[in-house]
Write a protein that binds this ligand. Structure first.
Ligand code: 13P
Length: 253
């Protein structure tokens, strides 16, 4: 059976002091039954690694360079993230795509760079409201997946993690219904199965992200193909994040 995963995405939030308070509460929660992680701003990786070493919560980053080293001012490479004990890294978050102009080929190159460094990429895919309303959800998500399948291979994608994050649900308080999430998750698994085979696709963790809260996590995670969540705002509130982790753990037990 697939083990659920809950990953917090802190985005560009935090300070040494507020992180410490959050980590003190979350790290000591004695969680089991699922996998847990937080993806934090680069400068805090050392602090977070120190605080979470030996706990059930892994840590990671929110993006990386597609290159391993070189003259790329301001960038951070996969091997550097490994140096700081990262297990996960996001690739292609919608904010990277929309604000920083990352397109499918670059996202795919980052995905490949992450795996090359021994990290598990969490590939983010999802449609805008206009794309959903025009009936293009599957076309958009399908081509985002295909870009990575073409660059990395279907097996590599099946060994990673996919997060379905409808852009219209991110930070808006508007959550996809469990039915809407399940439909796209099922589509994603079928697309990967077509390329990698049923056995590999059935092991792929597909997370839902977009206004997941303590109050709606359980019904989302109850869906057959929803294997946990990628959590933004609620991951900054220790009690909420722990409650969401417990909902995933309940599915995993
Ligand atoms: P919110 O949970 O704040 O909607 O953010 C979702 C997200 O973008 C996680 O990567």
């Amino acid at each position: 059976m697939r083990q659920p995963l809950v990953a917090g995405n802190w985005k560009m939030h935090g300070s040494l002091a507020t992180n410490q308070r959050l980590l003190d509460k979350a790290g000591l929660a004695g969680l089991s039954g699922a996998r847990f992680a937080v993806c934090v701003p680069f400068p805090y990786l050392f602090q977070v690694g120190q605080a979470l070493a030996g706990t059930a919560i892994a840590w990671g980053a929110q993006t990386l360079s597609e290159h391993d080293s070189g003259a790329y001012t301001g960038e951070v490479a996969g091997p550097m993230l490994r140096d700081f004990g990262c297990r996960y890294v996001l690739a292609g978050h919608s904010e990277r795509r929309s604000i920083y102009g990352e397109r499918d080929p670059q996202v795919a190159a980052k995905f490949v760079a992450a795996q090359r460094a021994g990290l598990t990429p969490i590939l983010c895919v999802g449609e805008t409201l206009a794309e959903r309303e025009s009936g293009a959800t599957e076309a958009v998500v399908g081509s985002q997946l295909d870009a990575v399948i073409d660059a990395a291979g279907a097996k590599a994608l099946a060994e990673a993690v996919v997060a379905y994050e409808p852009v219209w649900a991110i930070g808006t308080g508007k959550t996809a219904t469990p039915g809407q999430a399940q439909a796209v998750h099922e589509f994603i698994r079928a697309r990967v199965a077509k390329a990698a085979g049923d056995a590999l696709a059935s092991g792929l963790a597909i997370l839902y992200g977009g206004s997941v809260k303590a109050s709606n996590a359980a019904e989302l995670f109850a869906q057959r193909d929803v294997d946990g969540g990628l959590i933004g705002g609620a991951s900054l509130v220790a009690d909420d994040f722990v409650a969401i982790c417990r909902a995933a753990a309940a599915k995993g037990h």
